[in-house]
Design a protein around this ligand. Structure first.
Ligand SMILES: Nc1ncnc2c1ncn2[C@@H]1O[C@H](COP(=O)(O)OP(=O)(O)OP(=O)(O)O)[C@@H](O)[C@H]1O
Ligand SMILES: [Mg+2]
Length: 254
């Protein structure tokens, strides 16, 4: 279980994350939704030890805050970052083989054969150089690499970004099959797919949590949009606010 408590991340004067708390049980999926700049990537980077943070991040009760990114990954927190990092000069299969090294010392949950089973498109191109994969294929490979690294918790940063709908659907099918075996913390800007798999949703805006609860509470797109972009209060107010008339303008109109 991953427990994030009162997380804060600052870059100089920029408060990227402030007061974020959430829990990812080892068999659950949690979605973090928010617009550009909301602090989603910073949250995942903090959990992985890639940026200094305040607050507490615990894995199965053990504090991760003082550990290096390498040790955090070794403990089973596996991060699929924005922009899919794969080794372009290696083949698909070599990329997977290299990634198994990261999981050494933990019980292997997914073999390379399991990954090919989950993502058959990868099996078909196992000897192709990763440089010759499309964006969606690279994303599948990045997810395959994360799986063979024996994750306890998978951190997925906008896994559907830039993908054709059918490819994004396939990737979410994979997550659905993983759920139960691995804790999933999925960051997205687009809610539709992730709401189909998440147990819990946290909405962030300008670094702060502005709403959280069971995914079933976030199926109203108007409510979600209000939370994400901060238009009106989350109180059933109209979706589109009236014109922003100042007292001065009103006086001038009279
Ligand atoms: N290295 C950095 N130095 C300074 N400010 C940063 C840095 N990285 C991010 N920020 C700022 O921190 C805030 C949160 O950024 P972050 O990348 O976490 O947002 P995000 O929710 O992932 O956005 P997106 O959806 O665009 O990926 C933004 O205001 C961003 O400009
Ligand atoms: Mg981001």
């Amino acid at each position: 279980m991953l427990e994030i408590e009162r997380l804060s991340v600052r870059y100089g004067p920029v408060r990227a994350v402030e007061g974020l708390s959430l829990t990812v049980a080892s068999d659950a999926a949690v979605a973090v939704l928010g617009p550009n700049g909301a602090g989603k990537t910073s949250t995942l980077r903090a959990v992985s030890g890639l940026v200094v943070h305040g607050g507490s991040v615990r894995l199965d009760g053990a504090e991760l805050a003082q550990r290096s990114p390498r040790r955090i990954a070794k403990a089973g927190v596996v991060h699929v970052p924005e922009g899919r990092r794969v080794f372009g000069s290696l083949s698909v299969e070599e990329n997977l083989r290299v990634a198994t090294v990261a999981g050494r010392g933990r019980p292997a949950r997914f073999s390379i054969a399991d990954v090919y089973d989950l993502l058959p498109a990868l099996a078909a191109m196992r000897s192709r150089g990763a440089w010759a994969l499309s964006g969606g294929e690279q994303q599948m490979l990045a997810i395959g690499r994360a799986l063979v690294a024996s994750p306890g918790v998978l951190l997925l940063d906008e896994p559907s970004l830039g993908l054709a709908p059918s490819v994004a659907d396939r990737i979410y099918d994979t997550f659905r099959r993983l759920k139960g075996a691995v804790g999933l913390l999925i960051v997205e800007q687009v809610a539709s797919r992730v709401l189909g798999i998440a147990d819990t949703v946290v909405v962030m805006r300008e670094g702060r949590p502005v709403g959280s609860g069971p995914a079933s509470e976030f199926t109203d797109p108007h409510r979600l949009a209000r939370l994400m972009i901060g238009v009106g209060a989350d109180d059933g107010a109209p979706d589109v606010p009236g014109p922003d008339v100042t007292e001065g303008q009103r006086a001038a109109d009279v």
